[in-house]
Design a protein around this ligand. Structure first.
Ligand code: GLA
Length: 342
């Protein structure tokens, strides 16, 4: 038996570092992503090949061991192990992983890989696992326990629930999502890789998440979702600034969804700029290469530009008005369909 599954990357329009604070995000899946070809074998081994990296891995199908490193192998081993806990029977498999998504560019290459792996292995093992929320949680468990990145559910939910032509307004406390149709007219969203690689497992990402948890604890709240600017001001530095970012960013997500529905793209641009300033000054997840890329985007005439993803590197998202030419090497991004068998 042979199957193939595609997991898309994602662009987060706005709502950064809010997901693990039970907050709001507005994101969409994109066409580029990761495709996993899987074939059943019967020798109790999983043989995996990454064609973009030219690397291989082999491990026991019934007992995947931790690799000790957070690279692509940890995703494969972790996914086999976590799906076995859900009842996957896998007598052996040969996997080939193809990707046209730059890794470490803030476009959720991790969620693209884990969702494609999950769908391919589930189809191969014929397990009944269809609920996107359940699948998203399994993908996140792989990141937490096998890769070492304490990520939220933004990326996994977006790639598993993406809808062509729509952004998703995600509420990570209610665990609900609402599609927001994107009628951009001549405007377009583009991303540009800053060239600085980011990896959630080894950057300051986990430290930021821990700071937010500490701030919530000091405020006596379950999460920062209900925190206020007064709460932020009561905390020592830098926790005050971290909370200020989360509180104001949730507000910007609401405003951006409203502006998009109203077709007020100049306002969306202003909100992107404000989000970037907050990520740079309050959340402190920017690096010089990202700042230069934001400046370049504004220089060509973007209505707004900001870093996207976990930070400490990765890509910049910009909103370009009609007639503005995107800089060389940038990628036009439009909302695409969710992870799927192909
Ligand atoms: C990464 C994580 C997400 C989210 C963003 C920041 O992409 O995987 O869960 O926290 O960073 O918004």
């Amino acid at each position: 038996m042979q199957v193939a599954a595609h997991g898309p990357g994602r662009v987060n329009l706005i709502g950064e570092h809010t997901d693990y604070n039970a907050g709001l995000c507005l994101a969409f899946a994109i066409e580029r992503g990761v495709t996993v070809h899987a074939e059943a074998t019967f020798d109790n081994r999983v043989f995996a090949h990454s064609s973009s990296l030219g690397e291989d891995d082999v491990f026991a199908a019934d007992n995947p061991a931790q690799t000790g490193g957070g690279d692509w192998r940890a995703f494969v081993r972790g996914m086999v192990a976590e799906l076995r806990k859900e009842g996957l029977i896998l007598p052996g498999a040969r996997l080939r992983i193809d990707s046209d998504l730059p890794q470490g560019a803030g476009l959720a290459s991790s969620a693209a890989l884990s969702s494609a792996l999950a769908l391919a292995l589930i189809a191969l093992g014929q397990v009944r696992l269809e609920d996107p929320l359940e699948l998203a949680r399994i993908c996140a468990r792989v990141e937490h326990e096998w890769v070492g990145a304490q990520t939220g559910l933004l990326d996994q939910l977006t790639v598993l629930c993406g809808r062509e032509g729509h952004a998703l307004a995600l509420d990570l406390r209610a665990l609900s999502l609402q599609p927001v149709e994107l009628h951009l007219g001549g405007w377009k969203f583009v991303t540009l890789d800053s060239g600085a690689r980011h990896a959630n497992a080894s950057s300051g990402y986990n430290a930021r998440r821990a700071e937010c948890a500490r701030a919530a604890h000091l405020l006596g709240r379950e999460s920062l979702r209900d925190a206020s600017l007064e709460d932020a001001a009561s905390l020592p530095h830098p926790l005050d600034a971290r909370v200020r970012h989360v509180v104001t960013e949730n507000g910007r997500v609401r405003d951006a969804a409203r502006a998009l529905r109203a077709g007020d793209f100049a306002e969306v641009g202003r909100l992107l700029d404000a989000s970037h300033a907050s990520l740079r000054d309050d959340f402190e997840v920017c690096v010089p290469e990202v700042e230069e890329t934001v400046a370049l985007m504004r220089g060509v005439g973007a209505a707004g530009a900001r870093m996207i993803g976990g930070g400490f590197g990765g890509s910049v998202l910009a909103l370009l008005p009609p007639g503005v030419r995107a800089p060389a090497r940038s990628l036009a991004v439009t909302p695409a369909a969710s992870a799927r068998l192909v």
